[in-house]
Design a protein around this ligand. Structure first.
Ligand SMILES: Nc1nc2c(ncn2[C@@H]2O[C@H](COP(=O)(O)OP(=O)(O)OP(=O)(O)O)[C@@H](O)[C@H]2O)c(=O)[nH]1
Ligand SMILES: [Mg+2]
Length: 195
């Protein structure tokens, strides 16, 4: 599939099913804790600075943001989890919204699950991975912020993350950085394999 990444735009933000795009274009969703770098990942893959809003302020993305990529695929930026300063009510609303999308969206071809390469996965990261495996949703694990640790330590960190997640070796694991574009080709290849 040839994709012109310059032809990308946000098409809509949704909080529930009735608002999702109504066609059969393949979708790739981005999941991960607040601040892990989901929006940055989208921007990096599209070669844009600020298409997907990024911020130092976690918990900013509150809806499912759908990005049309060249009328061929969509990226769905999912609000981050694990942000402490969110009320119980907000958290429950978030959970319902994510579950509604992830568990019965035919368009969904894979979830790019982002973790911070520097740290062991959080309880939320583990829960998300288990959730995706339970629903048999294909996962592309992206361990991001790789520029923040020396290259020589990547393998050790990858091994620790794999172990903590009880990682399925048939899933793709990509060490990534939005700063250096490390993993850019690998990420696109993995995505295009899924759609
Ligand atoms: N050094 C470095 N910083 C990164 C990388 N990816 C993201 N960041 C920074 O991390 C912060 C959060 O990035 P976002 O892309 O907004 O994170 P998000 O996962 O979309 O966050 P929410 O929308 O709040 O869930 C920003 O300050 C980014 O510049 C990376 O690969 N390397
Ligand atoms: Mg974001």
């Amino acid at each position: 599939m040839e994709i012109n990444t310059n032809n990308a735009e946000i098409i809509l933000s949704a909080v529930s099913k009735a608002q999702y795009p109504d066609d059969d274009k393949p979708e790739i969703a981005l999941a991960g804790r607040s601040n892990v770098g989901k929006s940055s990942f989208i921007n990096t893959l599209l070669g844009r600075k600020n298409l997907a809003r990024t911020s130092g302020k976690p918990g900013k993305t509150q809806q499912l943001n759908f990005y049309n990529i060249d009328d061929k695929i969509r990226f769905v930026d999912v609000p981050g989890y694990g942000y402490a300063k969110v009320s119980k009510t907000e958290r429950a609303k978030w959970g319902k919204m994510i579950e509604e999308y992830l568990t019965n969206r035919d368009n969904l071809k894979a979830v790019v699950s982002l973790v911070d390469v520097r740290h062991d996965p959080s309880a939320d990261d583990i829960q998300m991975y288990e959730f995706l495996k339970y629903y048999q949703i294909p996962v592309i694990l992206v361990a991001t912020k790789a520029d923040k640790i020396p290259r020589g330590k990547w393998n050790k960190h990858e091994a620790a993350i794999r172990r903590k997640l009880n990682f399925d070796s048939t899933d793709r694991f990509i060490v990534f950085s939005s700063e250096t574009r490390q993993g850019f080709e690998e990420a696109w290849n993995a995505i295009l394999e899924m759609v």
